[in-house]
Design a protein around this ligand. Structure first.
Ligand code: SAM
Length: 259
């Protein structure tokens, strides 16, 4: 396939057969999996995945690439959605989705937030991302990488840094190192925030001014007495709270405001 890489679509194509084989082995595709690839590009992962799968669904924004994919693969093997993955309703595909992709780095954070709304439709996900983003996703409280992305994704998914990928494995090489991450939705029974939209609001407020204490950032939600009741030090900052602490605060505020 001949194609001039488009920067605006984050097009860094995988060219390293060893890395491609390692990613596919990690995904471990099974014949009847309902697999969805975001950003198939020139097919670096698409082709080897199709050696195992009966069928693959792909979502690709670049119309020129869509046209080439339509020529290259038969509609029995591949369903192509030529649209923006950020606007795609993943629940429309059904359940038990296995989502994979070497993601466009310029939209990776909004895309991860978008996908977190569909965790009930997802079996697992394997993505290539900027290494720094993977470090933020899996970061522990009280570290500099820990933030809103960590808390919200850790609420929805169990995540694992699988392995790193160097820039030379792509064409053109990106400016940054990359890494593969595995994301598996947490069981619904463990996701006990009574209002997930409220959890998201509270986490956003807490991290909106990272250097300020919770007493300031959460003043709309919690009084000093509330902090005592919850046994949370109001002099801490958002980065010191675990995802579970945020869930406790959310459920407390939800109960209080419903009284
Ligand atoms: N999978 C290919 C590979 O590994 O070589 C291409 C990966 S490249 C990093 C990212 C791909 O995502 C490109 O094909 C790009 O056109 C596509 N893309 C960029 N933004 C997108 C979006 N919002 N929705 C769907 N696809 C997008």
């Amino acid at each position: 396939m001949r194609h001039h890489p488009r920067k605006r679509f984050g097009q860094n194509f995988l060219i390293d057969p060893y890395v491609i084989a390692k990613i596919v082995a990690e995904i471990s595709p099974q014949q009847n999996d309902y697999m969805v690839e975001i950003g198939p590009g020139l097919g670096a992962l698409t082709k080897p995945l199709l050696q195992y799968l009966d069928h693959l669904t792909v979502i690709e924004i670049d119309r020129d690439i869509v046209a080439q994919l339509e020529k290259q693969f038969s509609p029995e093997k591949i369903t192509i959605y030529g649209i923006d993955a950020l606007k795609f309703d993943f629940s429309s595909l059904g359940k038990q989705l296995r989502i994979v992709g070497n993601l466009p780095y310029n939209i990776s954070t909004p895309l991860l937030f978008h996908l977190s709304h569909y965790s009930e439709s997802i079996l697992d996900m394997h993505f290539m991302l900027q290494k720094e983003v993977v470090e933020r996703m899996i970061a522990k409280p009280s570290t500099s990488d820990y933030g809103r992305l960590s808390v919200m994704l850790q609420y929805h998914f169990n995540m694992r840094h699988v392995f790193d990928v160097m820039p030379q494995s792509f064409s053109p090489p990106p400016q940054v190192n990359s890494a593969i991450v595995e994301m598996i939705p947490r069981p619904q029974t463990q996701k006990i925030a009574r209002d997930e939209a409220l959890l998201s609001q509270i986490v956003l407020a807490a991290f909106s001014q990272r250097r300020k204490t919770l007493k300031n950032t959460l003043q709309y939600y919690l009084t000093i007495e509330d902090f005592y009741t919850l046994n949370i030090d109001s002099g801490l900052r958002a980065e010191n709270l675990s995802m579970q602490d945020f869930v406790i605060i959310t459920n407390f505020y939800d109960a209080k405001s419903g009284e």
